[in-house]
Design a protein around this ligand. Structure first.
Ligand SMILES: [Zn+2]
Length: 192
Protein backbone atom coordinates (compact mmCIF):
# COMPACT_ATOMS: atom_id res chain seq x y z
CA UNK A 1 0.00 0.00 0.00
CA UNK A 2 1.28 3.44 -0.89
CA UNK A 3 1.75 5.73 2.05
CA UNK A 4 -0.03 9.06 1.78
CA UNK A 5 2.19 12.09 1.97
CA UNK A 6 1.33 14.30 4.92
CA UNK A 7 -0.37 17.51 3.80
CA UNK A 8 1.96 20.44 4.26
CA UNK A 9 0.58 23.68 5.65
CA UNK A 10 0.53 26.47 3.02
CA UNK A 11 3.70 28.53 2.92
CA UNK A 12 3.74 32.30 3.29
CA UNK A 13 4.02 32.54 -0.50
CA UNK A 14 0.73 30.68 -0.95
CA UNK A 15 -1.20 32.45 1.78
CA UNK A 16 -2.37 35.56 -0.08
CA UNK A 17 -3.06 36.65 -3.65
CA UNK A 18 -0.44 39.38 -3.38
CA UNK A 19 2.30 36.97 -2.25
CA UNK A 20 1.33 34.45 -4.92
CA UNK A 21 1.74 37.19 -7.55
CA UNK A 22 5.17 38.13 -6.22
CA UNK A 23 6.17 34.45 -6.21
CA UNK A 24 5.06 33.73 -9.77
CA UNK A 25 6.71 36.94 -11.04
CA UNK A 26 9.98 35.79 -9.46
CA UNK A 27 9.66 32.36 -11.09
CA UNK A 28 8.88 33.92 -14.50
CA UNK A 29 11.90 36.18 -14.18
CA UNK A 30 14.11 33.21 -13.28
CA UNK A 31 12.79 31.10 -16.15
CA UNK A 32 13.44 33.93 -18.61
CA UNK A 33 17.00 34.32 -17.38
CA UNK A 34 18.06 30.70 -16.82
CA UNK A 35 18.42 29.84 -20.51
CA UNK A 36 21.11 32.53 -20.84
CA UNK A 37 23.16 31.46 -17.81
CA UNK A 38 26.45 29.66 -18.45
CA UNK A 39 26.02 25.89 -18.58
CA UNK A 40 28.15 23.01 -17.32
CA UNK A 41 30.15 21.42 -20.14
CA UNK A 42 31.08 18.19 -18.35
CA UNK A 43 30.32 14.99 -20.28
CA UNK A 44 27.21 13.20 -19.00
CA UNK A 45 27.81 9.59 -17.96
CA UNK A 46 24.74 8.34 -19.81
CA UNK A 47 25.59 9.59 -23.31
CA UNK A 48 28.84 11.61 -23.03
CA UNK A 49 26.97 14.71 -24.25
CA UNK A 50 27.55 18.06 -22.46
CA UNK A 51 25.64 18.18 -19.16
CA UNK A 52 23.90 21.61 -19.72
CA UNK A 53 22.89 22.14 -16.09
CA UNK A 54 23.47 25.67 -14.80
CA UNK A 55 27.16 26.12 -14.04
CA UNK A 56 28.53 27.28 -10.72
CA UNK A 57 31.49 29.61 -10.16
CA UNK A 58 34.08 27.23 -11.64
CA UNK A 59 32.09 26.48 -14.79
CA UNK A 60 30.75 23.09 -13.61
CA UNK A 61 27.32 22.25 -12.22
CA UNK A 62 26.70 21.10 -8.65
CA UNK A 63 26.94 17.45 -9.75
CA UNK A 64 30.12 17.72 -11.82
CA UNK A 65 32.44 19.39 -9.33
CA UNK A 66 30.87 22.84 -8.97
CA UNK A 67 30.68 22.31 -5.22
CA UNK A 68 34.27 21.07 -4.92
CA UNK A 69 35.92 23.50 -2.50
CA UNK A 70 38.91 25.62 -3.49
CA UNK A 71 41.83 27.00 -1.48
CA UNK A 72 42.35 25.69 2.04
CA UNK A 73 39.54 23.17 1.69
CA UNK A 74 40.73 21.71 -1.62
CA UNK A 75 40.39 17.89 -1.52
CA UNK A 76 39.15 17.99 2.07
CA UNK A 77 35.89 16.37 3.12
CA UNK A 78 33.19 18.98 3.72
CA UNK A 79 31.14 18.14 6.81
CA UNK A 80 27.53 19.35 7.14
CA UNK A 81 26.72 22.42 9.18
CA UNK A 82 25.96 21.11 12.69
CA UNK A 83 23.24 23.71 13.22
CA UNK A 84 21.20 22.54 10.23
CA UNK A 85 18.17 20.33 11.04
CA UNK A 86 19.36 17.96 8.28
CA UNK A 87 22.87 17.69 9.76
CA UNK A 88 22.52 14.15 11.10
CA UNK A 89 21.03 12.77 7.88
CA UNK A 90 23.73 14.51 5.84
CA UNK A 91 26.47 13.26 8.14
CA UNK A 92 25.27 9.65 7.85
CA UNK A 93 25.14 9.98 4.07
CA UNK A 94 28.62 11.48 3.98
CA UNK A 95 30.09 8.74 6.17
CA UNK A 96 28.43 6.04 4.04
CA UNK A 97 29.84 7.71 0.91
CA UNK A 98 33.32 7.76 2.41
CA UNK A 99 33.09 4.11 3.39
CA UNK A 100 31.94 3.16 -0.10
CA UNK A 101 34.78 5.17 -1.64
CA UNK A 102 37.32 3.52 0.70
CA UNK A 103 36.09 0.03 -0.26
CA UNK A 104 36.25 0.91 -3.96
CA UNK A 105 39.77 2.33 -3.51
CA UNK A 106 41.09 -0.72 -1.68
CA UNK A 107 39.71 -3.02 -4.40
CA UNK A 108 41.42 -0.87 -7.03
CA UNK A 109 44.72 -0.83 -5.11
CA UNK A 110 44.65 -4.60 -4.61
CA UNK A 111 44.37 -5.14 -8.37
CA UNK A 112 47.31 -2.82 -9.21
CA UNK A 113 50.74 -3.95 -10.34
CA UNK A 114 53.75 -2.60 -8.38
CA UNK A 115 54.35 -0.13 -11.23
CA UNK A 116 50.80 1.18 -11.14
CA UNK A 117 50.92 1.36 -7.35
CA UNK A 118 54.05 3.50 -7.51
CA UNK A 119 52.40 5.85 -10.06
CA UNK A 120 49.28 6.02 -7.88
CA UNK A 121 51.38 6.89 -4.82
CA UNK A 122 53.30 9.59 -6.74
CA UNK A 123 50.06 11.08 -8.10
CA UNK A 124 48.60 11.42 -4.61
CA UNK A 125 51.85 12.66 -3.11
CA UNK A 126 51.77 15.52 -5.65
CA UNK A 127 48.15 16.39 -4.75
CA UNK A 128 47.96 16.66 -0.99
CA UNK A 129 44.81 18.31 0.36
CA UNK A 130 44.89 21.95 1.41
CA UNK A 131 45.72 25.28 -0.18
CA UNK A 132 47.70 25.83 -3.36
CA UNK A 133 50.15 27.99 -1.34
CA UNK A 134 50.86 25.09 1.05
CA UNK A 135 51.45 22.73 -1.87
CA UNK A 136 53.82 25.25 -3.48
CA UNK A 137 55.73 25.51 -0.18
CA UNK A 138 56.04 21.73 -0.01
CA UNK A 139 57.29 21.64 -3.60
CA UNK A 140 59.90 24.31 -2.79
CA UNK A 141 61.04 22.39 0.28
CA UNK A 142 61.37 19.16 -1.68
CA UNK A 143 63.38 20.99 -4.34
CA UNK A 144 65.71 22.53 -1.74
CA UNK A 145 66.19 19.16 -0.04
CA UNK A 146 67.08 17.57 -3.39
CA UNK A 147 69.58 20.35 -4.11
CA UNK A 148 71.21 19.89 -0.70
CA UNK A 149 71.40 16.12 -1.23
CA UNK A 150 72.99 16.63 -4.65
CA UNK A 151 75.49 19.10 -3.13
CA UNK A 152 76.47 16.65 -0.37
CA UNK A 153 76.89 13.84 -2.85
CA UNK A 154 79.26 15.89 -5.03
CA UNK A 155 82.93 15.07 -4.33
CA UNK A 156 84.35 17.62 -1.88
CA UNK A 157 87.31 19.68 -3.14
CA UNK A 158 90.62 19.14 -1.34
CA UNK A 159 90.87 21.53 1.61
CA UNK A 160 93.18 24.50 1.15
CA UNK A 161 94.95 26.84 3.55
CA UNK A 162 93.06 27.20 6.81
CA UNK A 163 90.86 24.22 5.94
CA UNK A 164 93.88 21.98 5.51
CA UNK A 165 95.26 23.12 8.86
CA UNK A 166 91.99 22.26 10.59
CA UNK A 167 91.94 18.87 8.88
CA UNK A 168 95.42 18.24 10.21
CA UNK A 169 94.40 19.24 13.73
CA UNK A 170 91.35 16.97 13.54
CA UNK A 171 93.50 14.07 12.35
CA UNK A 172 95.94 14.69 15.20
CA UNK A 173 93.13 14.78 17.78
CA UNK A 174 91.68 11.56 16.34
CA UNK A 175 95.06 9.90 16.67
CA UNK A 176 95.28 11.07 20.30
CA UNK A 177 91.82 9.71 21.03
CA UNK A 178 92.78 6.40 19.51
CA UNK A 179 95.92 6.33 21.62
CA UNK A 180 93.72 6.84 24.70
CA UNK A 181 91.57 3.91 23.61
CA UNK A 182 88.31 5.87 23.35
CA UNK A 183 85.74 4.42 20.99
CA UNK A 184 85.39 7.17 18.39
CA UNK A 185 81.93 6.25 17.14
CA UNK A 186 80.61 6.28 20.69
CA UNK A 187 82.19 9.58 21.64
CA UNK A 188 80.96 11.24 18.45
CA UNK A 189 77.49 9.75 18.98
CA UNK A 190 77.38 11.20 22.47
CA UNK A 191 77.66 14.74 21.10
CA UNK A 192 75.55 14.28 18.00
ZN1 LIG B 1 27.22 19.12 -15.02
Amino acid sequence: MKRKRPQRPPTAWQSSAQWRMIGSAAIREWNAKRSNLPKCNAARKSDREPCRLIAMENGKCFIHGGRTPRGEEWHRTQWPDGKSPAAERKLRKKLAERERAARKRSTRLAAMSPDELERHRAWHAARTPGSAAARQRQRDERKQAAEIRAMLERPQPAPTGEGAELEEQIAALRAELEALGVDQQKSIGAFA
